[in-house]
Ligand binder design. Structure first.
Ligand SMILES: Cc1ncc(COP(=O)(O)O)c(C=O)c1O
Length: 385
């Protein structure tokens, strides 16, 4: 039977994933420097409080609101501040689901969204599965990452519906500057586009420049529709609880919220327990985030100490987020290099090409990696770089 043309032609793993599976089958101990699942990184979660919040008596009642439980939305609005109200929010089961709802809201099949690249690789599929096309528009690195506003403007066509940015970006860590924000919102207003801003990593500023935009919510009245995405997966390092949200601002926000609630009403996908627990989970989040931030800073310091003794290797600044980009002399392709590190150094890193980094010479490491693994991984891989 013919399946939807939205699906990939095959589901074969890429060469790196296949090699990793083979080495693990052979019993090889591989150090993973790519882990982004915080529940496997050795953080100490307040287990009793989390489990208690998820098992209170209210979790037994079902009183669905397509926008999400008001008590959860009030807690999220208070977490964000900047005059955000519970009414401005719509709950989702994840940020990915948020993208799906927004692409359904904004586009017809065949329409496109522009995505500054390099960025989060899932956009391509999230757009395709809604019948849209995600068009990458290269950003450039000059001392720090910059959006190419001219290239974005030139890329706007008759079927463009939105621009998607991640603030700070994954994996480059780039925070939008306030100037970039003004340029982006003016371009969207002028071209009739919506602006989708993913701020899942906004709490993780590491080397933030002075002119960064800490959050798009600082702009109380943007000139274009703004949809801000976030969720517990990064805000509280609790991806397994499946709670995300969309904050809606800008012109016609009330109409957009109503349409989003209609879309969400067809699924009602957010579980009652996580909605009931959200106020407690958000109250616990700062303590969890502090552990994550301590880890990110420690691994960055370890990397800098290791790089000090290297002539051929360096790293790019990490304005924020959970990743660091290692720069090396591109004597071979990034994927070939990552395969070599895996086979010869028993260490897994991601090639920059997985995130559409231009050219060769970039490897992506997760700063969330447990400290000892991170340090051992550097010791094992540096001789092969
Ligand atoms: C930029 C970005 N947005 C969203 C997500 C996923 O969030 P969720 O688990 O809420 O779907 C990730 C996960 O790594 C991410 O990097």
């Amino acid at each position: 039977m013919r399946l939807s043309s939205r699906l990939p032609h095959g589901f074969e793993p890429n060469a790196l994933t296949a090699a990793l599976a083979r080495l693990r089958r052979e019993g090889r101990a591989v150090l993973d420097l790519t882990g982004s699942n915080p529940t496997r990184c050795g953080f100490v979660y307040p287990e009793a409080e989390i489990c208690g919040a998820l098992s209170g008596p209210t979790v037994l009642s079902y009183d669905p609101d397509p926008q999400g439980a008001r008590s959860a939305r009030e807690a999220i609005a208070a977490y964000h501040g900047h005059n955000l109200r519970a009414d401005d929010l719509l709950l989702t089961a994840s940020t990915s689901e948020g993208y799906g709802l927004l692409f359904k809201l904004l586009g017809d099949p065949g329409d496109e969204v522009l995505v500054p690249s390099p960025s989060y690789p899932l956009f391509d599929w999230l757009a395709r599965l809604e019948g849209l096309h995600a068009t990458p528009v290269p950003s450039y690195f000059h001392d720090r990452w910059h959006l190419d506003l001219g290239a974005l403007e030139a890329a706007v066509g008759p079927r463009t519906r939105a621009i998607v940015v991640v603030n700070p970006n994954n994996p480059t860590g780039h925070f939008l500057s306030t100037t970039e924000w003004t340029g982006l919102t003016s371009l969207c207003a002028k071209s009739g586009l919506a602006l989708i801003v993913d701020e899942v990593f906004a709490d993780y500023a590491l080397e933030p420049p002075a002119d960064r935009l800490p959050t798009a919510l600082l702009d109380l009245e943007p000139p274009c529709p703004v949809f801000l995405l976030s969720g517990l997966s990064k805000v509280a390092a609790l991806p397994q609880l499946k709670l995300g949200w969309i904050a809606v601002r800008g012109p016609e926000a009330a109409e957009h919220r109503e349409a989003l609630a209609f879309l969400a009403d067809q699924y009602l996908s957010v579980s009652a327990p996580v909605q009931a627990a959200a106020p407690t989970l958000l109250a616990l989040a700062p303590g969890i985030r502090e552990q994550v931030l301590t880890r990110l800073r420690a691994n960055l310091a370890t990397l800098d100490a290791a790089l000090a003794a290297q002539l051929r290797l360096s790293r790019l600044p990490v304005e924020g987020g959970w990743s660091v980009l290692l720069r090396r002399a591109a004597v071979d392709g990034d994927e070939v290099c990552a395969l070599r590190l895996l086979e010869q150094g028993s260490t897994l890193v991601h090639p920059g090409s997985f995130f559409d980094l231009p050219g060769d010479g970039h490897l992506v490491l997760s700063l969330l990696t447990p400290e000892e693994t991170f340090q051992d991984g550097l010791v094992r891989t540096f001789p092969y770089l």
